[in-house]
Design a protein around this ligand. Structure first.
Ligand code: HPA
Ligand code: ZN
Length: 327
């Protein structure tokens, strides 16, 4: 391992908790919940993880999430991820969850929420890891369904800091969710959105102008629009970049071709994240190792990325300062 990486404190800002469901846990939960999976073994699940693009991943990701049934399942899923954080010097994490993936198959919102937040509370007291929770709307579903989900979340507002937008990007521009995001901001939520992963720079502009996001999730296609790059740099709108995800989903042909260093050298506030670690071959530590191995990054670049992760977080300035003092 790169010597710097074993000690660098980090925050993670782009992790879908359902994407941390390791094949071993998927098979165990299927068994305990009496659910039939289309795989014979853990090895068969792993072998299926060959993706051509975002949609081919999403198909398996939504199928895998069906094993999550009880509050205990959501707790176990989240706790396993938080233990990984503890092992990799991840001090703070802002976690996405996709309630519609669960409520649409009859799992109550409260079951999902209570399991996840119980693990987050224990991580705070037992592991010293701070956290936030971000509710993502599935953009392949309707704006009306997103609004209904937002309304379902209002009683839980104390434990949800922001709303986001994920799932199939192409054909589902941010504009589709303008009214939902207006309402979310009026209710006091911060906003983020996946944009510019597979979608064009125009979707990033829409996320900024129409959804008034604090961060762009992915955003790597911004380089196709120089005016957009200039805007992102001037306003230091963070990009939550996910290197292993981008290679697994063929956004870049190889890690050596990833534009993360180019984005940093253009003056953008870039952070490194794992996205769906169980599906893409690694957690935050492995993402840092992969970029350090494949790209001509200096130690200063790596430190900058780790510092950016706290600066781009939804922690208060005082909390950010406390973490940044550790550098
Ligand atoms: N993009 C869009 N939706 C997602 C992703 C992603 O990388 N991961 C989980 N849902
Ligand atoms: Zn994502």
């Amino acid at each position: 391992m790169h010597p710097l990486l074993s000690t660098l404190p980090k925050a993670e800002l782009h992790i879908h908790i359902e994407g941390s469901l390791e094949p071993e846990m998927m098979v165990a939960m299927a068994q305990r919940n009496g659910i039939k999976l289309p795989y014979d073994s853990v090895e068969a699940v792993r072998a299926a993880y060959q993706f051509e693009h975002l949609q081919s991943f999403l198909d398996l990701y939504y199928a895998g999430a069906q094993v999550l049934q009880t509050e205990q399942d959501f707790y176990d899923l989240t706790w396993a991820y938080l233990q990984k954080c503890a092992a990799q010097q991840v001090r703070h994490t802002e976690i996405f969850f996709d309630p519609q993936t669960h409520t649409d198959r009859g799992i109550p919102f409260a079951v999902v929420h209570d399991g996840i937040t119980q693990a987050l509370r224990e991580a705070r007291s037992q592991l010293g890891i701070s956290s936030g929770l971000i509710l993502c709307f599935l953009r392949h579903l309707s704006a009306e369904a997103a609004m209904a989900t937002l309304e379902e979340a209002l009683p839980y507002q104390d434990s949800i800091i922001a709303v986001g937008l994920d799932s199939s990007e192409l054909g589902h521009p941010p504009a589709k969710f303008q009214a939902v995001f207006n309402r979310a901001r009026a209710e006091g939520f911060l906003t983020v959105a996946h944009a510019g992963e597979e979608g064009p720079p125009e979707y990033i502009w829409e996320a900024i102008r129409l959804l008034k996001v604090s961060r762009i999730d992915h955003g790597v296609r911004c380089v196709e629009d120089p005016a957009l790059v200039e805007y992102l740099a001037e306003h230091q709108i963070p990009l939550t970049v996910c290197p292993l995800s981008n290679v697994k989903l063929c956004v870049f042909e190889s890690m050596a071709q990833h534009n993360l260093k180019q984005l940093m050298d253009l003056g953008l506030c870039v952070t490194v994240n794992s996205d769906d670690p169980a599906y893409f071959g690694g957690y935050l530590g492995e993402n840092f190792e992969a970029i350090a191995a494949a790209l001509p990054l200096t130690p200063q670049h790596l430190v900058q990325l780790a510092q950016n992760s706290f600066k781009a977080s939804f922690l208060s300035s005082a909390e950010q300062e406390a973490y940044l003092k550790e550098f």
